[in-house]
Unconditional design. Structure first.
Length: 138
């Protein structure tokens, strides 16, 4: 499946459950066995097949989020910073971005999933997920 923004992310942002300026965001890695559903997956607990391996901790890694408004092109850009796992040994297919509340996975709101297009393998090397940019065009 292609990369996508979970439908619930829009609703959560519009209703104030997500504040991209002040909330804590994470990116977690999953295998090709995870099949995302943009309409029914709402929380981190809906995500399956999180990877395991050397250098990876369950739940993923914190990433900064920045929001920029461009009135010339009538769009808002949300960018999640790059994430690096040093000296890693694992295989991942997708990166899942979510708001981390610090408790149960059933409380963490999903934002987006980035499908790498194929499995990416790290063998005792840095595993880098580049910055992810989401554009909302009016």
């Amino acid at each position: 499946m292609a990369s996508l923004i979970y439908t619930s992310a829009f609703e959560d942002a519009f209703r104030g459950a997500i504040d991209f300026d002040s909330d804590t965001f994470y990116v977690m890695l999953v295998s090709s066995s995870y099949t995302e559903n943009k309409d029914t997956h709402l929380k981190r607990s809906d995500v399956t097949n999180e990877i395991t391996g050397t250098g990876y901790v369950a739940g993923g890694r914190a990433v900064a989020a920045t929001v920029a408004k461009d009135t010339a092109t009538d769009r808002v850009t949300l960018t999640f910073a790059a994430a690096t796992w040093a000296s890693a040994s694992f295989t991942a297919r997708k990166a899942v971005y979510y708001k981390r509340r610090g408790g149960a996975a059933s409380a963490d709101e999903l934002i987006a999933v980035n499908d790498f297009g194929s499995d990416v393998i790290a063998t005792n090397a840095d595993f880098v997920v580049p910055a992810a940019t989401l554009i909302i065009q009016n």
